[in-house]
Structures are given as structure tokens and as C-alpha cells.
Design a protein around this ligand. Structure first.
Ligand code: ACO
Length: 320
């Protein structure tokens, strides 16, 4: 039992689906502009009561069922999120309680859109250190709460959702390696400056601010680098990868990354059209969709990668 495998996946979306056309009735934009520049056709937006922990718990239950274990079997719960229900306790603690269990380790990770990969790598290292049989890693965000709906340069890009995986010890290889990076000197390129202080929001903005073109260039550069890092570490060529499952930020970022890596488009899992950018949920949500529609099969080699605010970026090479 020297290996750590993904043994179950799950995901959850809010009930309300908002198309580009619907959005264009309240925002100065068009279906054509959004599709051409981003590939996004629609996104799901959380309604009252559909908090990050609610979506995370729904995704978790599905992943547990797929793994064939119960919540009481979990020794570790990690939730990657930038939009926790509360400042504290952590969303992981809320999920643990909603699953009706107690006693396991539970904490949140905040690495924005790279959060799930940070969570996966952290859980993997915990498990390799011993004492943990099953871990639950969730990426969940309701970024719609941080959007200025009068700012067309940001509000059209994002959606809400959650994705989850169960990791279990195994005799068969699963996670082969994970690679994480950050560079805080780019904090201002993508940020929400505000915070809660002295009983009120600070005077800094509580909305997402983004230099879109700089983010685009930075994302393509580091995604290519960190994918190559994973390939080199495992002595694989890109031809030996069955699926690239990238953070679903923008179809042009996804396809540029694939092109730079020399990977054909038909080996890239693409869900950005249906979900928009769901931040930490994006990679596990895309993985779950691909598992359930039969694209991803047992034994295949998956290259997961993401980049997000911080800036943070990472990759993981996984045998599914
Ligand atoms: N609808 C219509 N017009 C718009 C919209 C909109 N929603 N948003 C901007 N425009 C206009 C601009 O005002 C500008 O008009 P102008 O020429 O009259 O000044 C024009 O469209 C072009 O704007 P650009 O910013 O140059 O458009 P660009 O081709 O760079 O696309 C985009 C913008 C989609 C944001 C792109 O830069 C991008 O995808 N960047 C990456 C951002 C990203 O993915 N962020 C997600 C978070 S980070 C992460 O997940 C890694």
C-alpha cells in the first residue's frame, strides 16, 4: 500500500444556469464577444443558500459514493477555496459537520484557482507520512460573490461550483508527482483588495480586480513550464499523456498551453464553455465530468495543471 490513488470523484453545480444572452440583458456585453474571447457559453451562479460549503458537501457525497467508502472512513478533509462561508471556522470543518462526522483533520487551503492542486499535493504528502488511509480533497468556490456585476471585463468570466476527489492508499500507482509554485510579487495582477476589519469591510474594494492581458500571458507561460516539470520528473514525453486537465480559465489559454506542449486539442478536457471559470473547483469539476462521460478511463495518465491569483501555479501527474 505504498501508493496514493484517486478512488472516487464528484462534483456539484448551483441550480441556476445563466447563459451569455441572459447576462447581456444586464451587462454591456454580447454572447459573440464572450464566446470569441473566452469560449464560455454559460455559467452556474449560486442562489441564496447555495454556499461554498453546501456545494462542497454535495460534491463530497458523490465522490465518497464513487470511492465506495463512508464519511467516517476519512482521516483528512481539505477544502481549497477563496470564498469560504465564514471567515472562520474553515469550510472544511463545515463540510465535515455536514457529512455527520468528527475527529478527522480538516482545514482549508487558499491558493485561488490553483487551490485544488495545492490541496491534492498537501493530502498526498500527509498520506505518504503515514497514518491516513483515506483523504477527501475538495475545490469549491462561489466567486460570483466577489464579482462587480457592472464590470464587464471580469463578471462574464466566472461561475460557481465544486469538485471533489477521494484519495486512498493503494498497491497500484496513482499520484506520481505534484509540483507547486508561487510568486507573490504579482499579487496586484489579480486580487480582491478588501478585507473584514474592526466590524466592517475595509475601504479597499471587495471585488475582483484583474489585468486580463497580463494574466493571460503569465498563465500560458507558467502552465507550459509546470507541465514540462511534471513530464521531466517522471521521464515521460507529452505523447505518453492521455489527457491534459487544465484549469478552465479561458479556451484560448487552454489551447495555447496545449499547443506549446505539443499536445493535440482532442487530448484536452474542456468544460469552460459550460461552467466558466470556477476557480478552485475548475480542475476537479472537469475531471469528474470527464470520468462520468467516459473520456477518462482507469489506468490512463492524466496531467492536471492550474494557475491562479497569488500568483500560484502547479501540476500533478496521475495514473487514474
Ligand atoms: N463584453 C464586451 N466587450 C468587452 C468585454 C465584455 N465582457 N470585456 C472587455 N470588453 C472590451 C474592452 O473594453 C475593449 O474595448 P476597447 O477596445 O474599446 O477598449 C475590448 O473589449 C478588448 O478588451 P481586451 O481586454 O483587450 O480583450 P482581450 O482580448 O484581452 O480579452 C480577456 C479579455 C478575456 C479578459 C482576456 O484578457 C483573458 O482571458 N485574460 C485572462 C484572464 C483570466 O482568465 N482570468 C481568470 C482569472 S485568472 C486564472 O484563472 C488563471
Amino acid at each position: 500500500m505504498n501508493h496514493i490513488r484517486i478512488t472516487g470523484t464528484g462534483s456539484a453545480l448551483p441550480v441556476r444556469c445563466v447563459t451569455n444572452l441572459e447576462l447581456s440583458k444586464t451587462v454591456d456585453t454580447s454572447d459573440e464577444w464572450i464566446r470569441e474571447r473566452t469560449g464560455i457559453r454559460q455559467r452556474y451562479l449560486a442562489s441564496e443558500g447555495e454556499t461554498t460549503s453546501v456545494l462542497a458537501t454535495r460534491a463530497a457525497r458523490i465522490a465518497l459514493e464513487a470511492a465506495g467508502i463512508e464519511a467516517k472512513d476519512l482521516d483528512l478533509i481539505i477544502v481549497a477555496t477563496t470564498t469560504p462561508d465564514m471567515v472562520f471556522p474553515s469550510t472544511a470543518c463545515l463540510v465535515q459537520a455536514a457529512l455527520g462526522v468528527s475527529g478527522s483533520i480538516a482545514f482549508d487551503i487558499q491558493a485561488v484557482c490553483t487551490g485544488f492542486l495545492y490541496g491534492l499535493a498537501t493530502a498526498e504528502r500527509f498520506m505518504r507520512a503515514g497514518g491516513i488511509r483515506h483523504a477527501l480533497v475538495i475545490g469549491a468556490d462561489t466567486l460570483s460573490n466577489l464579482l462587480d456585476w457592472n464590470d464587464r471585463t471580469t463578471c462574464v468570466l466566472f461561475g460557481d461550483g465544486a469538485g471533489a476527489v477521494v484519495l486512498s492508499r493503494s498497491d497500484h500507482p496513482g499520484i506520481l508527482s505534484s509540483h507547486l509554485h508561487a510568486d507573490g510579487s504579482h499579487a496586484g495582477m489579480l486580487c480582491v483588495p478588501g478585507n473584514v476589519s474592526k466590524g466592517a469591510m475595509s475601504t479597499a474594494s471587495p471585488f475582483i480586480h484583474m489585468d486580463g492581458q497580463s494574466v493571460f500571458k503569465f498563465a500560458v507561460k507558467v502552465l507550459d513550464e509546470v507541465c514540462r516539470e511534471a513530464l521531466t520528473a517522471n521521464h515521460f514525453s507529452i505523447d505518453e499523456i492521455d489527457w491534459l486537465i487544465p484549469h478552465q480559465a479561458n479556451i484560448r489559454i487552454l489551447l495555447s498551453t496545449a499547443r506549446k506542449l505539443g499536445l493535440p486539442e482532442n487530448k484536452v478536457i474542456i468544460t469552460v464553455g459550460e461552467h466558466g471559470n470556477t476557480s478552485a473547483a475548475s480542475v476537479p469539476l472537469a475531471l469528474d465530468v470527464a470520468v462520468r462521460n467516459g473520456s477518462v478511463q482507469a489506468g490512463q495518465r492524466l496531467l492536471l495543471t492550474a494557475v491562479g491569483g497569488g500568483f500560484t501555479w502547479g501540476s500533478a501527474l496521475v495514473i487514474f
